[in-house]
Design a protein around this ligand. Structure first.
Ligand code: AOS
Ligand code: ZN
Ligand code: ZN
Length: 424
């Protein structure tokens, strides 16, 4: 299904007066308002194809119904989100969950909804029915050259699908690791991973990147071969300019200073981008900003400062994507909330008084530095986001409109209460 533009316009019209009051109140104190609004309008976050269905844990999965049954329906769902928020103009596909058998048609369908294709993701963390050799003991790091060869070939096949869709990056997350001490030689595992990644790297088109994601544990619980940003950075440095490190916010041990990691990767030109989510304990894949929105703001503060220092375009220089699992929420509602939370953090970071902060840091004025950051963080920027959406043709309040139109019920009527999406 698609949302009629007239419905969005009509609802916006009804909400206009209330919006204007809130917008005028916050806008009055903001310097460079139009520049900020333009940056917000330009800022889009990619939606992963695997986040449109209900997620689950190893204990169960409780579908809410109306899930997309095909790649076409996944694209439609992203189209719905984008129509509402005008901030989700791309989709990141996962192979083999979403094989684009007719790439031209898939691309045309997406384009009609204002969408393009973000990074393509390979999968060597599961065995597929058609697969000859098992990944039970790893893929790119496997001790058996034949398994590594199969995994390399899969990644090269994913690049080929991506080329057909005009993607520009291959995103690699490996579950390779060990469950018990002694199970593998860590140096050997790293060297074999590097060698496999080098073969994949060789297959990248000139204007492509490979994004190397790290994760400290799960599904392996003793060691992970690309376990942290240092290991990913080491690999991406050895590989070359087309390789960068991808930061998934949930892939850190508790207490890690993610903003510092981000700042240094950015400084080195090695920050590929993000998988946004939030967590309380580990890779919980909760809605972005639901647990620790201040940390999200601090990450964006480093990003804005670091990108400006390098003259980078905020919207396009790195990859912005959500990677979350919606176990108890309607996936579309969760994604609307996630995009909003990311843009709130971004808008707050844009409000930081940088010259004053530099001055405070120079003077070792710790109190003033904290005041400056928290002043920006505590500003209610939601009316700015709403205004940017309005200017871009989206809904003033995407979530409210989604509910008012009973979109999920319409999707259930169309696809059935038991429709199950491909994915984890
Ligand atoms: C796994 O924990 C990672 O976050 C992956 O980025 C992602 O969830 C996976 O690649 C889905 O395919
Ligand atoms: Zn991820
Ligand atoms: Zn993850």
């Amino acid at each position: 299904m698609q949302l009629e533009k007239s419905i969005i316009e009509e609802t916006n019209h009804q909400q206009q007066a209330a919006h204007q009051r809130k917008f005028d109140f916050v806008a009055e104190d903001i310097n460079g308002l139009d520049t900020i609004l333009k940056k917000l309008e330009d800022f889009n976050i990619a939606i992963p194809s695997w986040a449109l269905g209900t997620g689950g844990t190893r204990f169960g999965r409780f579908s809410g119904g109306g899930e997309p049954r095909s790649l076409e329906e996944k694209i439609e769902d992203v189209g719905l989100i984008h129509a509402l928020n005008r901030s989700s103009n791309s989709i990141s596909l996962h192979i083999p969950w979403d094989i684009p058998s007719n790439a031209a048609a898939v691309k045309a369908h997406a384009a009609q909804l204002g969408l393009h294709f973000d990074a393509v993701n390979s999968n060597t963390f599961q065995d597929q029915a058609s697969q000859e050799l098992s990944y039970k003991f790893g893929s790119l790091h496997h001790v058996d050259k034949a398994v590594r060869k199969q995994a390399v070939a899969h990644n090269i096949e994913v690049i080929k699908y991506g080329v057909e869709l005009d993607s520009k990056a291959l995103s690699v997350w490996l579950s390779d690791g060990s469950n018990f001490p002694g199970q593998l030689n860590m140096r050997g595992a790293f060297e074999r991973t590097l060698e496999s990644l080098q073969e994949i790297y060789e297959a990248l088109p000139a204007d492509w990147k490979v994004w190397v994601e790290y994760k400290p544990y799960e599904p392996n619980f003793y060691s992970t071969t690309i376990g942290d940003w240092g290991q990913s950075y080491l690999l991406s440095s050895k590989l070359g300019n087309k390789a960068q490190t991808l930061v998934d916010l949930g892939h850190h041990l508790q207490g890690a200073n993610i903003e510092q990691i981000v700042s240094l990767l950015l400084m080195e030109g090695k920050l590929a981008g993000f998988h946004f989510n939030d967590s309380k304990y580990g890779d919980d894949d909760l809605t972005v900003g639901s647990i620790n929105p201040y940390q999200l703001f601090l990450i964006f503060n480093e990003l804005v400062e670091g990108m400006d220092a390098r003259g980078m375009n905020h919207a396009t220089a790195i990859g912005w994507m959500i990677d979350a699992s919606h176990n108890v929420k309607d996936p579309i509602e969760d994604l609307i909330q996630s995009v909003e939370a990311i843009k709130i953090a971004y808008a707050q970071a844009l409000l930081v008084d940088t010259p004053a902060l530099v001055q405070a840091q120079q003077n070792n004025d710790v109190v003033q530095a904290q005041e400056i950051l928290q002043h920006a963080y505590r500003t209610d920027v939601r009316p700015l986001l709403a205004e940017a959406r309005l200017r871009a043709g989206g809904a003033l309040d995407p979530l409210a409109l989604y509910r008012k139109q009973a979109v999920r019920n319409q999707l259930i009527a169309e696809r059935g209460a038991k429709a199950v999406s491909t994915g984890l």
